[in-house]
Design a binder for this molecule. Structure first.
Ligand code: 6PG
Length: 233
């Protein structure tokens, strides 16, 4: 069962999320020379990234990598890599080590290269920070996406998916994502979300028997890695 913490305000949740991420990195840096952490895009984690960016940690020893990406270049406003780099704009050591997913080749061709680069990260990661979509997607594991079944069973860290177009995907249906195994090769999985609609989806996923319909269920219902849930209205 996930370890769930509900907060009465988003700012209280952000505070706790930031403290959790700092502590996870600090704890693992005590025993490992190099650590990694896996960062989702989306709006929710950005305040946490901005605070982490200004935190005195040995960033030369921390290799951060993306959880997922829309297939657009880094200067596109929809680029997760671009948005995360902007949060860490003043942290040169973070930027020097940050591993993105996008390259200017078709996504099907890029997946082998992503896997090669992600296999070099120090694993397990200290944490994998996930968001949640109102449709039950997490990372870029979208309901009924082409490639989802393989992303849930593959032993490779990354997977290319073609999501079904919806209001949630917008025009960005081509996605690179950590596979389920890529997410779970972490000491801690962290899920952070806000809003009553997402809380309802989260609760549905706890009991859902079909991860192809609600991919979050695959993350919540495994026993391999503890899942820490932070949520607020
Ligand atoms: C992405 C994501 C995705 C995100 C959720 C929640 O690129 O879209 O990484 O999984 O975490 O869609 O997004 P918000 O935090 O913006 O609601």
């Amino acid at each position: 069962m996930p370890r769930e913490q509900g907060f009465t305000s988003e700012s209280a949740m952000q505070e706790a999320l930031y403290a959790f991420c700092c502590q996870a990195l600090a704890q693992d840096l005590e025993t490992q020379d190099q650590v990694s952490c896996l960062l989702s895009g989306g709006r929710t984690p950005l305040p946490c990234y901005r605070r982490l960016a200004g935190t005195a940690l040995p960033w030369q020893r921390i290799q951060a990598a993306l959880v997922d990406e829309r297939w657009v270049p880094g200067d596109d406003p929809a680029s997760n890599e671009g948005n995360i780099r902007a949060c860490f704009a003043d942290n040169e050591d973070f930027l020097a080590n940050f591993l993105g997913m996008y390259s200017a080749v078709p996504i099907g061709t890029a997946v082998a290269d992503c896997n090669r680069r992600y296999r070099k990260l120090p694993r397990p990661a200290s944490f994998c920070l996930l968001g949640l979509g109102p449709d039950g997607h997490t990372a870029s594991l979208f309901p009924h996406a082409e490639g989802l079944k393989s992303a849930l069973t593959s032993t490779e860290p990354c997977a290319a998916l073609q999501a079904q177009g919806s209001a949630v995907t917008g025009p960005h249906t081509q996605r690179m994502s950590l596979s389920l195994q890529g997410i779970l090769d972490s000491r801690r999985v962290v899920l952070a979300f806000t809003g009553a609609d997402k809380l309802a989806v989260y609760q549905q996923a706890l009991a859902c028997e079909d991860p192809l319909a609600l991919p979050l269920a695959a993350v919540l219902q495994q026993a391999q890695v503890p899942v820490h849930v932070f949520h607020s209205p």
